[in-house]
Design a protein around this ligand. Structure first.
Ligand SMILES: Nc1nc2c(ncn2[C@@H]2O[C@H](COP(=O)(O)OP(=O)(O)OP(=O)(O)O)[C@@H](O)[C@H]2O)c(=O)[nH]1
Ligand SMILES: [Mg+2]
Length: 438
């Protein structure tokens, strides 16, 4: 199995700001508060799309944002919430926090989804702050910022297409030419000991995973050579590309090779021969290869054991002849070939785990942190405190006073005093400074 992974950044939408407004009606001289709440910011939701097979698309777009909620309005009207941003991933995608490596969600089956970054809550309008003591409050909240995080997507891939053939027919070389994989290539047999995988991206953006499998020899199905390992992997590939070496220097009979490999496949599992198979004539750049291919095609056409003569593609990994056509046809065949109903991958990971990350983080992080700058300013930070700050409308005195009360409630004043803060010292949160008062 091969792991396709990519790191991306996501940012949920900020909540809309709450509004400060008052009713102005003809016969009501001093109307009550009438500022509505802001709407919720859009969340970032990941969901399974059965049609996807790889994470290739994320190599080109790595940033996802959801929109902010609308602001609250006059006459008590609430702002509209922003729609969630839905991001499609293939079945079997694990989402991890890129910094901690902790698993956020395993999207295993069709229909699975996870809210990975929550949109901010809308800020409350001044209607919500009215009380008998303060019937006309000039307080509103700003919208809560949306969650922003770096995540890693990970997909365990099974190959869609398998390359089979005798040792040294050029399977690894082909893989290295049609994908960015760098398998070991050499002119001795059994260079490849375990499968290499790579991703093919076609011009029309379709993509699939292709595996270079260890060479097969006669008797593989009863355990000769690396046969058994090979066969375990081939079970999972949907389309088979059968490479036949046309280089006459090898001194082999291509048609005989072809029959032998098919016999091994059949001995292992007769169903393997029912999978779509394309014949790939390899090393066609070699002198004499064309004649070999002619002879091969003739024998193939005369073969009475098959109803339909399989398609043969003339290729060279050196000149790249025929490779693009071959990949396109393989892509078409994949579309017609059903997925396996029950992959082991799913059985193993059938349990969907979605953790509530925000809660976990809130539990561990302190409400606020106090530092001191070189110029002796006290600097306050910390996630909870900063969120409170961002949700405070600093343009209104009443909001500011509420903020001061909230800080006191969190224990900020006591903590500052303990650290030695004196009346008149400057305290700063982000860009906002105020004087400490005993
Ligand atoms: N002339 C020519 N030589 C090729 C071509 N493709 C592969 N070769 C050579 O054939 C030899 C074997 O290539 P590999 O890609 O390692 O073959 P393989 O099928 O992966 O072999 P195993 O891993 O041993 O099963 C190497 O020396 C390659 O350079 C081709 O298209 N033309
Ligand atoms: Mg190889």
């Amino acid at each position: 199995m091969f792991i396709d992974q990519v790191t991306i950044e996501i940012k949920a939408g900020k909540g809309g700001d709450g509004m400060v407004a008052f009713r102005r009606e003809k016969y009501v001289p001093n109307g009550g508060p009438a500022g509505g709440d802001g709407g919720r910011g859009g969340s970032i939701v990941f969901e399974v799309d059965e049609g996807l097979r790889t994470l290739m698309d994320f190599r080109y777009s790595k940033h996802f944002r959801a929109e902010s909620g609308e602001k609250g309005m006059i006459k008590g009207m609430h702002g509209h919430g922003a729609p969630d941003k839905r991001v499609q991933v293939p079945e079997g995608t694990t989402i991890k926090d890129a910094e901690t490596g902790a698993v956020i969600a395993d999207l295993v089956h069709k229909g699975d989804y996870a809210v990975v970054a929550k949109g901010g809550r809308g800020g409350r309008g001044n209607i919500r702050f009215a009380s008998p003591k303060n019937p006309a409050p000039e307080i509103s909240e700003n919208g809560e910022p949306g969650v922003e995080r770096k995540i890693q997507l990970e997909l365990k891939v099974l190959a869609d297409v398998g390359l089979v053939g005798f040792p040294s027919v050029g399977k690894s070389t082909l893989l290295s030419v049609v994908t960015s994989a760098k398998p070991k290539i050499a002119d001795y047999h059994f260079t490849t000991l375990s499968p290499n995988l790579g991703m093919v991206r076609l011009d029309d953006n379709r993509d699939f995973v292709i595996a270079d499998l260890p060479g097969l020899i006669e008797g593989a199905s009863v355990g000769v050579g690396l046969g058994i390992q090979f066969l375990r992997h081939i079970e999972r590939t949907r389309v088979i590309l059968h490479l036949v070496d046309m280089n006459p220097e090898e001194g082999r009979d291509p048609f005989d090779d072809y029959l032998k490999i098919n016999k091994e496949l059949k001995n292992y599992d007769p169903e393997l021969l029912e999978r779509p198979q394309l014949i790939v004539a390899s090393k066609m750049d070699m002198p004499g290869a064309a004649e070999q291919l002619e002879a091969f095609k003739k024998q193939l056409a005369e073969d009475s054991t098959v109803e339909e003569t399989p398609r043969v593609f003339s290729t060279s990994s050196i000149t790249r002849e025929g490779l693009q056509t071959l990949m396109n046809v393989a892509g078409d065949l994949l579309e017609e070939t059903p997925m396996f109903p029950a992959l082991n991958l799913k059985e193993q990971e059938a349990q969907q785990k979605i953790y509530d990350f925000e809660k976990e983080q809130e539990k561990s992080a302190p409400d606020f942190v106090i530092n001191r700058d070189e110029d002796l300013t006290w600097v306050l930070s910390g996630e909870k405190l900063e969120r409170l700050y961002q949700m405070t409308n600093m343009d209104r005195d009443e909001s500011l006073m509420r903020f001061a009360r909230q800080l006191r409630g969190m224990g900020v004043d006591d903590a500052l005093r303990e650290r030695g803060a004196k009346s008149g010292d400057i305290v700063r949160i982000d860009k906002f400074s105020f004087e400490f008062v005993e």
